[in-house]
Every structure is written in C-alpha cells, then in structure tokens.
Design a protein around this ligand. Structure first.
Ligand code: FMN
Length: 332
C-alpha cells in the first residue's frame, strides 16, 4: 500500500497537507507534522499589507480564535507570532526547508500584484518548494463586477508566475457564479494547482453589546460538501493539481476527497482542535482504509469523480430535484 501522491509537480509521501495557519509558523510543529505523516506543509500567509507595514487581519482573527480554542493550542495563536514580519518569515522558511524532507509551501495573501513579485522571488530564494496565493478579496465596492474580480485573480497569478520558476497554486473562495470555469481559466493562465476552498470569515452580531463580532469559527466536517462537489466536477478536466481544503476532521473526509479526485487534502481546524499529533490519526486512518481494500492512493483517486461515476447527474441539478422530491416522500 502506498500513500504517495503528486501535487504541483512535487512528490508527496502522503496526500495530507497542513494548510496555512499559525501552527506551521513553528519549526517544532513542522517537524512533528512531518513525523506524523504530513506530505507537505503550507506556512501561514505573509500579507501584502505586511510588505509595507506590520498589520494584518489574520493576526486579529488569530487572537480572536485563541479565546475559542482549548488550552494547549492557545499559544499557537498568539498574535505576536502571527504578526511575523517579512524577514522572520524568510528565516522560518529557510529553517523549515533545512529541518524537514517534505515540501514547504509559502503563502502570499493579497489582492493586488504590487510588491508581490519581488517578495515571491525572495521566497523562492529562501527555498520555498512552491507558493500558494490567497486572494482574500471581498468586493464590497458595488461598482466592482464579477468579471473584474475574476480578472484580478488572474492578474495576481500571472504576476507571481512570471517572477518565479517554482510552482504556484491559488487558493480560491467558492463565491464565483461559475467556480469550475474560474478554476479552468486559472489553469489556462498557468496555475500549477488550485486549492478549493478558502474559508471566508464573515461578521456576526453580539446582541448584548450591540457590536459586530469578527471571531473565527473552526470548520465542521459538513463543510466538505462544497469542495467535494467542485473537485468532483473538475477532476480530470484541468491540467493542474486540485487540493481540498475545508472540513477535514477524520480520515473519512480525506478518503472522500481523494475519491472525487483531489491530489492533496489539507487540514487546519482539526490540527488546531486536537494538536499536530492528529496528523497521525488522519494518516493511519487513510492507511487502514486503503489496506482493507488492498488499494493505493493512486488507485482510488478520482474513482468517484463526475467523469467516472455511473450517474454523473449526481453532481448536478437532476440530483437536487431528486433530493427535494425524496424528502417530500419520506415526510410524516
Ligand atoms: C487561525 C487560522 C489561521 C489561518 N491562517 C491562514 C493564512 O494565513 N493563510 C491562509 O491562506 N489560510 C489561513 N487559514 C485558513 C486555513 O488554511 C484553511 O484553509 C481553512 O481553515 C479551512 O480548512 P479547515 O477546515 O481544515 O480548517 C487560517 C485558518 C485558521 C483557523
């Protein structure tokens, strides 16, 4: 049984990747993640804003999240760690590359291409195995149209691709009118892979204090369904890799994402909840599932993608109608 996979042209010992979060800023965690079976790690994002000033939204979110994450994990989320600074980031990257044999992917988060290209080169020189772009953009300006938002993603991608020779992945939100076409257009624009999906952090309201809450909720396994749908539709239809992100709590979610065609499966919330040792639970669970079927990761990848299932409409509107009608039939 082999767990080997390929992602962004990189050989992975397992398809499991610790996605960007404060956990992967610590060398000890990166080493432990490798020991526990991670195939790669993504460092937390360096923010476009940090290239000029040391301010960022995730630092605030991480601090907010620290309150809601149990005991031992709290220190991972200290804002001081997250407000890391560009030099320290490069240093962490260098040290991480020297410390582990698995690929270390750097992450850039921004909405314009200004300043990114030279920093992308610095990341490459510091030894990044690849770069993941996170275009966290909320088009609150109502004059900005969908096609303009989409063009912005491609613009950022092309700018970074033209600056470096290492692979570049792009992490997307699901909020496009045609996510599949968007992924394909990024694939055509040279993306080495897409990460589906970024989780957006939306505000809530504290009704007692009458103020906006901007806390960060960790994900739940039910959240795999949206990336499951789109990876299932896209598998076999794009040149680049597909990575799943959102809702991976147990090996079951990992297996499901592989079955619909993911090349890599990422996790953050589960690691924040249970600690970096949880990577081993995912790895061993995946290995046990494959062992029981005498299968490899390669054997099962895409077996249940839209192109390979017997009933491809299960991914589309016909299925929706069946579900709604089925619900009415099962009612009291
Ligand atoms: C505390 C925290 C910090 C995060 N920081 C980053 C980040 O710096 N860059 C990024 O692209 N995603 C970041 N994420 C998003 C995760 O990488 C991941 O995409 C998201 O949590 C969904 O995966 P999950 O369901 O496994 O948690 C962060 C998430 C959390 C909870």
């Amino acid at each position: 049984m082999t767990l080997a996979s390929r992602y962004l042209g990189l050989d992975l010992k397992t398809p499991l990747i610790a996605s960007a979060s404060p956990l992967t800023l610590e060398l000890d965690n990166i080493r432990a993640l490798e020991d526990h079976g991670a195939g790669a790690v993504v460092l937390p994002s360096i923010f476009e804003e940090q290239l000029d000033a040391e301010s960022d939204e995730y630092a605030r979110l991480a601090a907010a999240c620290a309150d809601s994450v149990a005991g031992a994990q709290n220190h991972f989320l200290a804002p001081s760690l997250y407000r890391t600074g560009t030099h320290r980031y490069l240093e962490t990257l260098r040290q991480a590359r020297a410390a582990v044999d698995i690929p270390v992917i750097a992450s850039l988060n921004g909405v314009t291409s200004a300043g990114w290209t030279s920093y992308a080169r610095d990341l490459e020189q510091a030894g990044a195995s690849a770069i993941e772009l996170n275009v966290f953009f909320i088009p609150a300006d109502l004059a900005v149209t969908g096609p303009e938002v989409e063009a912005r993603y491609r613009h950022v991608l092309r700018a970074v691709k033209s600056a470096v020779a290492i692979p570049v992945a792009i992490k997307l939100s699901p909020y496009f009118s045609a996510p599949g076409a968007m992924v394909r257009s990024l694939d055509d624009a040279g993306a080495d892979g897409c990460v589906l999906f970024n989780r957006f952090y939306q505000p809530d309201i504290d009704l007692v204090a009458m103020r906006l809450l901007r806390d960060l909720q960790l994900s739940a396994p039910t959240e795999i369904r949206l990336p499951l749908l789109w990876i299932g539709i896209l598998a076999g239809q794009v040149r680049g890799s597909l990575a799943a992100s959102s809702g991976v709590e147990t090996a079951d979610e990992v297996v499901k994402f592989l079955l619909v065609g993911a090349d890599a499966v990422m996790t953050t919330s589960a690691l924040l909840r249970h600690g970096v040792g949880h990577m081993r639970v995912l790895r061993d669970g995946l290995a046990a599932w494959l062992d029981a079927r005498d299968a490899t990761v390669g054997d099962i990848r895409g077996r249940m993608s839209q192109r390979r299932v017997q009933d491809p409409t299960a991914f589309e509107r016909a299925n929706y109608i069946r579900i709604l009608q089925g619900w009415a039939g099962d009612g009291p």
